[in-house]
Design a protein around this ligand. Structure first.
Ligand SMILES: Nc1ncnc2c1ncn2[C@@H]1O[C@H](COP(=O)(O)OP(=O)(O)OP(=O)(O)O)[C@@H](O)[C@H]1O
Ligand SMILES: [Mg+2]
Length: 333
């Protein structure tokens, strides 16, 4: 949503929230189709599977489904299935009783209970361990479960919206995802188009992000026509997230007019490092290791356009380790 400062400082951009959905900007035919689908599914209680490349806006779509549903005043709880250790995922989702495992010093409700009456968003659902998939299927079928270590039946009223940037059918063929669960989740599949198939939306999105940045930093920077042309010529493999990052970088670098699109890849500026050779980092001897690690992770993320799996692979660490570093260094995912 535009705030008054940004909206008042210039003529209103043409149909900014053209798709007419909270948090989702777009006026392309692909986005209008998605809007119609979101509106239709939102009012039902059907399970939704959101499919799209990294950075296309899957979480934003899940939030729109919730916001337009009769559950809007109840919680929207987002869980990243790829970020939770296999040994903990059942307790995280279903909760646990006191003493049910080492460290379980008190009873704790899980995400299902916290989402009662509302929507549970299961992000990166393809990463859920097979053992948990069986249990999830049962919860979806019965809307009740036991906490880990518990015997009481807990009943919940939760609408599940899941998302994946993977080919789930491929995961099924490889034996990594249960076919019955795939069909159960994908009662309504929603496909979020890649940014390159809706390049008409790029100027709208760019203006939206610029307005947000102007409002937060209380400035009134503009974009040149050349800047917008350069934006539209890019492939945007990291989709809307990459566009958003590029606009923030250009906004920092510009005095009053965003004129040149900064090169893809490296993220923030830091006094300690200099980008060399399209991706090399340079650190002064004596730089704290934690700073080096943080910068390295940021640069690797930027190089992989925010794709955490590829980033973890390129750094030679597991996905869960990457997530724990992101938390440690307070890097937004
Ligand atoms: N149509 C849109 N209008 C406005 N903002 C958008 C739109 N699509 C995405 N965004 C913004 O872009 C960023 C990335 O979107 P989001 O996190 O929903 O993507 P994602 O598909 O979940 O990505 P990933 O697969 O990497 O988790 C967010 O800041 C989101 O608010
Ligand atoms: Mg996401």
């Amino acid at each position: 949503m535009l705030d008054a400062h940004a909206a008042g400082s210039r003529p209103a951009p043409p149909q900014t929230a053209a798709a007419g959905l909270p948090g989702l900007i777009g006026n392309s035919p692909a986005m209008h189709l998605l809007e119609a689908q979101i509106r239709r599914v939102a009012v039902s209680d059907a399970t939704v599977l959101i499919i799209g490349e990294s950075g296309t806006g899957k979480e934003a779509v899940a939030q729109a489904v919730h916001a337009l549903s009769p559950r809007a005043s109840k919680p929207f709880v987002a869980v990243n299935c790829g970020a939770i250790a296999a040994t903990l995922i059942e307790a995280e989702l279903l909760g646990h009783e006191r003493g049910s495992f080492t460290g379980a010093d008190r009873q704790r409700p899980g995400y299902f209970e916290r989402a009662d009456g509302g929507t549970l968003f299961l992000d990166e659902v393809s990463e859920m361990p097979l053992a948990m998939q069986v249990k999830l299927l049962r919860v979806l079928e019965e809307q009740c479960f036991h906490r880990v270590g518990g015997t009481d039946t807990i009943r919940v009223d939760v609408r599940v919206v899941a998302a994946t940037n993977r080919d789930l059918a491929r995961h099924v063929a490889d034996g990594r995802f249960r076919e019955d669960l795939m069909y159960r989740l994908a009662v309504i599949p929603l496909r979020v188009p890649s940014l390159h198939v809706r390049s008409d939306d790029i100027p709208l999105l760019a203006r939206h992000f610029l307005d947000q940045l102007n409002a937060t930093s209380r400035v009134d920077k503009r974009m040149s026509a050349g800047f917008l042309r350069q934006l539209q010529a890019r492939p945007w493999t990291g989709n809307v997230r990459e566009l958003k990052n590029v606009i923030s970088r250009a906004h920092i670098l510009a005095d009053s007019t965003l004129d040149e699109v900064p090169p893809a890849g490296l993220a923030t500026t830091s006094a300690r490092r200099l980008p060399l050779d399209g991706g090399a980092l340079e650190f002064a001897a004596g730089t704290p290791l934690a700073d080096v690690e943080r910068e390295l992770i940021l640069a690797a993320l930027a190089r992989q356009q925010g794709d955490k799996r590829k980033t973890a692979e390129s750094l030679g660490i597991g996905l869960k380790t990457l997530y724990s570093r992101l938390r440690r260094y307070r890097i937004a995912g």
